[in-house]
Design a binder for this molecule. Structure first.
Ligand SMILES: Cc1cc2nc3c(=O)[nH]c(=O)nc-3n(C[C@H](O)[C@H](O)[C@H](O)COP(=O)(O)OP(=O)(O)OC[C@H]3O[C@@H](n4cnc5c(N)ncnc54)[C@H](O)[C@@H]3O)c2cc1C
Length: 296
């Protein structure tokens, strides 16, 4: 088992923000994964499982524990007709591209979400009218106790950008999905192209970002609320509320996590003053922050 010390996380997340992790591991096997968890347990270190880092704000002071990155080695995808078992570190877009090439539908609307299968299951990632729960069959989760438990759709507790896995501290080893077969590969490719074009036109993907900063409030859109408060373009240091889409914060260069927190708090406060709605962050905070979130 290879455990490294003082590894920078800035290049391991899509925001390009964050300090170092005290310990870092990229396990190559189930055994190495268990050894890494034992190491953390033995040294009383908190553990953070990293996917592609596309939904994270990592503190400028980093993570004072062990970061386990499953994406380099837990990435196999095994098909059995329209069933698939994908390891937690597999790239979601690779899985979607394969499904489309076989003419299997169900995940095409998630095209362009830049995470892993594990991250997508934890978050119940979704776009347009679709989410991970729509095709999900089951997941094998390595629990903090060391036991591997299989969770079915009924046990997964999927909700809007959430699942039971988000809080149970387990590692998504793999997940299985069932696709539909009523469309051809060519039809699915056309749909995928439309989806990717829509994403490109609406999202500021030319700058490092973490996707939607806030969850969608019931009956409304976070971006619309923030824009109505006149906050598009609001800047703090290297970070800016995107001028293209107000529910995105973009890194214009050397941005810091604390600057993102300032912008998040400003947006929450202004939107609350105008509408009485408290915006809830979708982005996950890793490590410690000085700037608090807004509270009523
Ligand atoms: C440009 C852009 C567009 C986006 N568009 C969308 C969108 O349309 N819809 C949407 O839902 N999201 C979107 N996102 C957010 C993000 O891509 C998703 O939430 C994605 O599912 C996160 O996956 P990840 O591998 O990057 O996870 P990370 O960001 O690395 O981690 C997210 C959470 O999952 C946990 N985790 C990751 N892997 C595992 C594992 N194997 N086992 C246990 N826990 C794990 C982490 O500990 C963390 O709690 C977007 C992000 C960007 C940058």
């Amino acid at each position: 088992m290879n455990i490294l010390r003082d590894i920078g996380l800035l290049d391991r997340n899509t925001f390009k923000i964050g300090g170092k992790t005290l310990f870092y591991s990229e396990p190559c096997s189930g055994l190495e994964l268990k050894e890494a968890l034992d190491f953390a347990d033995h040294n009383r270190l908190p553990v953070f499982i990293l996917g592609k880092g596309s939904n994270l704000l990592i503190s400028d002071s980093g993570w004072q524990g062990l970061t386990i990155n499953t994406s380099p080695h837990f990435s196999s995808i095994r098909w059995n007709d329209s069933h698939v078992v994908a390891e937690g570190g597999a790239t979601l877009n690779t899985l979607i591209n394969q499904s489309i090439s076989f003419g299997f539908s169900g995940m095409e609307q998630l095209s362009g979400i830049p995470g892993t299968v594990g991250g997508a299951v934890i978050m119940n990632a979704g776009a347009f009218d679709s989410c991970v729960a729509d095709t999900f069959l089951s997941a094998d989760i390595l629990m903090p106790s060391g036991e591997i438990k299989t969770f079915s759709l009924e046990d997964a507790g999927f909700g809007y950008r959430t699942s039971h896995f988000k809080s149970n501290g387990g590692v998504v080893i793999n997940a299985s999905f069932k696709f539909r077969t009523q469309r051809t590969s060519d039809e699915l490719k056309v749909l995928q192209k439309e989806i990717l074009t829509r994403r490109k036109s609406k999202q500021p993907i030319e700058y490092p970002n973490c996707g939607s900063v806030f969850k969608r409030p019931t009956g409304n859109f976070a971006g619309t609320l923030i824009e109505t408060c006149g906050l598009k373009g609001l800047t703090c240091g290297g970070m800016q509320i995107s001028e293209k889409h107000a529910n995105f914060i973009v890194n214009k260069g050397n941005g810091k996590a604390e600057e993102v927190r300032v912008l998040i708090r400003s947006a929450q406060q202004k939107v609350y003053e105008h509408t009485g709605i408290v915006l809830e962050p979708e982005v996950i905070f890793i490590g410690e922050f000085k700037e608090p979130l807004f509270e009523v």
